[in-house]
Ligand binder design. Structure first.
Ligand SMILES: [Zn+2]
Ligand SMILES: [Zn+2]
Length: 190
């Protein structure tokens, strides 16, 4: 883990100094904008220690209890507080419901107030199952659609084959007729 443990960093959303909060179960410090917007900055990979509902975030919950936070514009471009690069807006869940800011240079992530809770509930086993079901359903309906397209195509080509056979037969009959008439004519002329 890239450690900025001794350095105080500034919140990429509101500019307030972030406070280190020690998370004993994971053994890491998180940077929390406790005096500003309530955002949380995670170093590379730290986020994975907290994104599922069974993982402990009680120190954060304790800290956030009954607190009011500054409102911030979530659409603004944020700059990584550790390396200064513009952060990218990205989704952390399959349903694309929660947008987080990610630094592609150091792997840091910034979550606005309450986003950690939303992501954790989206990552609950029931929700994962639901997402899997949605994906499966999607694949199977795409499969059915493809099957139907194939059927329609086969019907079409079948019809076309029949038509071309008929045209060929008519063409042959006409040719034979023309040849016969030719014979008869030359016979009559003689
Ligand atoms: Zn902030
Ligand atoms: Zn960075």
């Amino acid at each position: 883990m890239a450690d900025n443990d001794s350095v105080v960093i500034k919140c990429p959303a509101c500019g307030c100094e972030m406070v280190k909060v020690f998370m004993p179960k994971a053994g890491v410090n998180l940077d929390v904008c406790i005096n500003g917007c309530g955002g949380i900055y995670f170093d590379n990979r730290e986020f994975l220690e907290f994104d599922e509902p069974h993982e402990d975030i009680s120190p954060l919950e304790e800290l956030f209890k009954d607190k009011e936070f500054k409102h911030v514009d979530e659409n603004q471009t944020r700059y990584c507080p550790v390396c200064g690069n513009a952060m990218m807006k990205n989704y952390s869940d399959i349903g694309k419901e929660v947008q987080v800011d990610e630094c592609y240079s150091c792997g840091g992530k910034f979550l606005d107030n309450q986003e950690i809770k939303k992501i954790r509930s989206l990552n609950s086993p029931e929700n994962r199952q639901r997402s899997d079901a949605i994906v499966k359903n999607l694949y199977s309906s795409v499969g059915i659609e493809l099957e139907e397209k194939k059927k329609r195509y086969n019907q079409l080509t079948h019809g076309f084959n029949k038509l071309s056979r008929m045209i060929f037969a008519v063409f042959m009959i006409i040719t034979i007729l023309v040849i016969c008439i030719g014979f008869i004519l030359t016979f009559l002329v003689k």
